[in-house]
Design a protein around this ligand. Sequence first.
Ligand code: PGA
Length: 243
Amino acid sequence: MTKVVAANWKMHHGPREAAGFLTRYAAPASSRVRTLVFPPHLSIASALRCAPAAVEIGVQNIHWERSGALTGEVSAEMAREAGATLALIGHSERRHLFGESDADVERKVRAAARAGLVPVVCVGELVEERRAGKLNEVLRRQVGAFVDALAGAKEWMVAYEPVWAIGTGETATPADATEAHSIVRAALGDRSGCPILYGGSVKPANARALMEAAEVDGVLVGGASLDPVVLARIAEAAIPVAP
Ligand code: PGA
């Protein structure tokens, strides 16, 4: 399977910086790696204008309604109209800083599928949950909440991001990733034929080992995705391991 390298810019790179990044980003000349970039909403238009053809642009968050009196929100349909083709859903910062629940994630997955966006759904355990031996339980609960909502989608991805590894410099080992991805795949049941990405302090130095691990189909990168040269090094690391 092709490896996926996804860049989650979070609240970084306004329209000008997004354009500069995508003008400088040297996408690997290989069909064995897909690059996805998730800019802030306001930077999607300029990202699309400057992105090399091989780069796919997604939205970092959507609301599940099509429209309404929901100040500050953006619908899946609006994101699609703006040119996004994917939607990041249930990122750990959405869940833990903005109180997004499993039920919200399910509604957003349904909305993405309705609008023709590829849902890229994030799951992952807190450090306390891991210490308490609840990895399996947490991942099964999080995946179980949205798996039926994938019915309307043509394509989807899941990103396993242990919360303790996001932005901390701590990375799960390749073996940890394989274990968690196997749980996610099992919980997906009939819908398990999709890429499962690992996220959490991925950088050029560890990207290859993570992508070589069994069950790891790619990476979701935060901090290290903000520099086009660094992201290109991560994408290049995917090529020798993509079958
Ligand atoms: P990080 O973020 O690479 O900075 O740890 C990953 C993410 O939040 O998607």
